[in-house]
Design a protein around this ligand. Structure first.
Ligand code: C5P
Length: 405
């Protein structure tokens, strides 16, 4: 999959640089073309000779060779790349990237590159937690760069915490994934619902559920990475979604989610309803906080509209509709029933019975069932990875749908 892909790696001064030769080896083994640019301080951590030998290309650090006078054009190098990966990315380099400072060769290449940029921060926990680093990372992500988030663990300083560079294998997988799904959904419009809904009882209390919206948000990001324009109708959640190509429409209640989804549904090519919508809401919201003066209160609940079902009724033949289902019993049977009654093309079934799957976790395991009567299982994996696999699957299913039309 990486055959002939031109990957430019920028290495900055961090101890994690010693892991980059492994990454270069993996990429070259997959027949990618790799070129490397490194800052002066990166050379203290890893040898250019090692990197040049493994990448089979000269390593660049300066605009010109001080002995031969040979000019290394930063513009040519920047334009050469299909992908620019800055790893490890130090706090210093991240700050300079954010502000367009070009006081070394790597940064001039960065400013000349037109390709997607990935960056894998690596630094000590306090530097990573510092507000200025956080602000810089946020701005780079808003710019459309792909953050390869550091993990938590032992750091070279002896401290423990967030700031460890993502492992080379994981970076390698992210790069493969990028090329696999890149542009799959270019010019497609996607509508996604995610998160819980809160149904107000009084101005203070509500009926809600444990959904965090993680799976739906990862789906939104995966579609956006694949070139789609995404409208994300998001229930109340602590997740921040600051991402190019994703427009977020925050809502609180099921009725608000219904209105928003219906308003956007006609123009969407693919609709993914992953929100955990409350089935019932209090018939009436009290104007003032209910006092605890009485021993018991009766709360009359009325049914909320089923958004997925409504979209199934409204759907035109070119649209693809997916729903999620979370079941605690008779899982498959209920999921098939849902698929049919809601006229969905796909139901993604999570089970609360599975460890590591469902609300709030970073991993998930699902079974997909389709209108054509097929079933595909996706084993336990990170929600991010699963989202990529699911959009790839949706791509296959939409292709089939068009072929059958
Ligand atoms: O029927 P059930 O709630 O289990 O179905 C789950 C699926 O239906 C999810 O895709 C969810 O987003 C959607 N749903 C909805 N509106 C509701 C209830 C569920 O869109 N009121």
């Amino acid at each position: 999959m990486l055959k002939g892909k031109k990957i430019l790696i920028g290495i900055t001064g961090s101890i994690a640089a010693y892991k980059i030769p492994l990454l270069v080896r993996m990429l070259v083994k997959e027949n990618a073309e790799v070129k490397i640019v490194m800052t002066d301080s990166a050379r203290d951590f890893v040898s250019p000779l090692t990197l040049a030998t493994l990448s089979k290309n000269p390593v660049f650090s300066e605009a010109f060779d001080s002995i031969t006078g040979q000019w290394n054009s930063h513009v040519d190098l920047g334009l050469w790349a299909d992908l620019f990966l800055i790893t490890p990315a130090s706090a210093n380099t991240l700050a300079k990237m954010t502000h367009g400072i070009a006081d070394n060769y790597l940064l001039t290449v960065y400013l000349s590159a037109r390709c997607p940029v990935f960056f894998a921060p690596a630094m000590d926990v306090d530097m990573y937690q510092h507000q200025s680093t956080k602000d810089n990372i946020r701005k780079l992500v808003q710019r459309g760069h792909h953050l390869l988030a550091p993990t938590s663990g032992e750091l070279a300083s002896g401290l423990c915490g967030e700031g460890r560079m993502m492992e080379p294998e994981a970076i390698f997988n992210e790069i493969r994934r990028h090329f696999r799904t890149k542009q799959l959904f270019r010019d497609k419009k996607i509508l996604i619902s995610a998160g819980p809904t809160y149904e107000a009882i009084d101005p203070v209390r509500y009926i809600g559920n444990h959904s965090t919206g993680k799976m739906g948000v990862e789906m939104a990001k995966a579609f956006a990475n694949a070139g789609a324009s995404v409208k994300l109708v998001l229930g109340p959640t602590s997740l921040r979604v600051d991402y190019p190509l994703i427009e977020v429409f925050p809502v609180t209640s099921a009725l608000q989610m219904y209105e928003a989804c219906l308003a956007f549904s006609a123009e969407a090519d693919i609709l993914v309803m992953s929100a955990a919508v409350a089935d019932y809401r209090p018939e009436k919201m009290e104007e003032t906080k209910i006092k605890k003066s009485v021993e018991s209160i009766d709360l009359k609940l009325v049914k909320n509209p089923d958004i997925l079902k409504k979209l199934g009724e409204l759907k035109n033949e070119n649209q693809f509709l997916a729903g999620f289902a979370l079941e605690t019993d008779n899982e498959l049977e209920n999921a098939w029933h849902k698929l049919n009654t809601k006229k969905a093309d796909l139901i993604v079934l999570n089970s609360l019975a599975d460890e590591g799957a469902g609300f709030g976790t970073d991993t998930n395991k699902v079974i997909c069932i389709t209108k054509d009567g097929t079933q595909r299982n996706f084993e336990l994996q990170s929600k991010r990875e699963l989202a990529h696999n699911l959009i790839q699957y949706i791509y296959e299913l939409t292709g089939k749908k068009q072929a059958n039309a």
